[in-house]
Design a protein around this ligand. Sequence first.
Ligand code: 3H9
Length: 627
Amino acid sequence: MSNTAYQLHGAVAVITLDNPPVNGLGHDLRRHIVDGVTSAQSDDRAQAIVLIGSDRAFSGGADIREFGSPKSTAEPRLDTVIRTIEASRKPVIAAIGGVCMGGGLELALGCHFRVAIGGAQIALPEVKLGILPGAGGTQRLPRLIGVEAALDMIVSGAPVPSEKLSGTALFDQFIEGDLLGGALSFAAKLIAEKPALKRVRDISLDAPDHEAFFQQARKRIGAEAKHFPAPLKCVEAVAAAVGLPFEEGLKFERGLFVELMASPESRALRHAFLGERACAKIPDLPEGTPTRKIGRVAVIGAGATGVGIGMALLDAGIPVTLLEIGQEAVERGLAAVRRHYQDSVLKGRLPREQMDARMALLSATLNYREIKDCDLVIEAVIEDIGAKETVFRQLDEVMKPGAILASATATADLNRIAGFTNRPQDVIGMHFRSPANVAKLLEVVRGAATARDVLATVMQLAKKIRKTGVVSGVCEGFIGERMFGQYRKAAEMVVEKGASRQQVDLALEDWGMANGPLGSGAGSREAPSRIGDAEIVERCIFALVNEAARLLDEGIAQRASDIDMLCLIGYGFPRHRGGPLLYADATGLDRVVQAMAGYAGEPGAAAGLWQPAPLLIRLAAEGKTFN
Ligand code: 3H9
């Protein structure tokens, strides 16, 4: 951040927001803005003030990394920054380009004027973090774009392109070309014409029939929000904008913001936001680690997995060659891809030209020599180590030096597979969940010899094909299957203790799991059993926690949040609970250990399942948490 509060461009003081990557409104930046606006008041040379960010972002909102720390509430808080701007005797203009979200939009709403360029993304996405706008967004936005449009934006959190809002009172001018230049010209006009300073708070909000409108909104949004309290609170906050005087509305909004910030759901969603981004960070892979170029990819095996992987790549515009051992299998694979895209076209989800473009990137062959120049080859044949050996020995023979050799195996020992080649450094695991073209999780398996640039390349590719890559070391089942194997085992044991299979599935689904572990969730609870739903859930979820602790201790998983993200993204773990380890943290690890010790002591208990993992015992004894 620069030391000077602003730069003078003629008679305009330009305050630049400079807190990469997205100008999160952390304490230092808030201070910087207040300093700039305050000192411009007594600078006779400055007659107007422009706030501007970087090309990437005006501002992405409050600094999420600061949440929960004293800095987040240290003065100047964002509402103080906005009050300082509103009180300025000189016009303050927000120059909006790139991301303008959350507190960033609230900051802009506090300015007297707003100018924007096309392509800016405007949003109040707080609801996605389980909170609501806490610096006046719910009170000011409806005054500019109307109650209905504002409520839509606040409840969905979805970004709206600035072009779409260009006809509204949100923007005083739309700028073509250079944003700063345009903002300076706009400021010069204000200096010349001296219009009255506008404050959004002074606009009266006209909303006829608002009672009926909000009643309907409550009904619809309440039904959709299920486990999340924030969407309904958003409705209440916007209703307050209509029903209360401005200052009281602000207070009401702030109260809800503070309440939601302390909710377990918000804690879980914020954990998910940071956790998803942390997955890409690998401790021994510094930023800037070189990557290999991925142009064309070959997929070995055109069964359901191979076809799904092929489509995931085609969808991202990457050319794919499917390799099979027989003409019939090749034809079947190609037909499956074509059928899938045709289906999407028929349902109106994919324009015909895009289908044609994707099909044009697809080829097939029976001959290993024809894939030798591919940059990456992904083996997706049956889970039989003999079959994998045959494939990898051939790949080793034909593939160009530097090609990455990946296996989509869910169960085989990756180090053994690497040993079938003379280039174990180029071998890596890419375990897709199925269907591979849809499921968002990619478990990236790092073998003992996998080269760093190979790992970096595959993690980069994961992002390109819109998956979240989670790194796993080599062990049976890797992270996901090893954990969920124990989970299913615990579920079976609960059945042995007298619960029906339906009861087990429904108990876990009611708790939030997308599917029950025993796969007959559609049934109904039968006669009352000796074991209650709460105990069923506890046993199954604690089994996940225990195995996760072992995986962490063994270094198979990099960090607790990686495990949580894998469960949220790939295994239907409820998002509002943030993952098994965040859930264990919230429950209290000593309580988890105690419960397990109780289960381990039961006659006939599977000791391996209930013996608390050493890491769990250690953390509990030290009063620490996983996350
Ligand atoms: C709020 O504003 C509350 C107020 O109403 C009231 C206050 C009183 N802070 O997603 P990306 C980081 S709540 C700090 O990969 P993209 C992110 O962690 C906030 N850091 O890029 C990542 O770091 P790293 C409301 C942030 O281009 C890097 O930026 N705002 C923030 O795909 C790149 O992120 C939101 O909820 C932040 N606010 O997408 C916006 N935002 O490289 C949340 C991002 O170290 N953010 N980072 O992993 C987003 O939706 C997307 O990040 C954004 C960029 C669209 C901005």
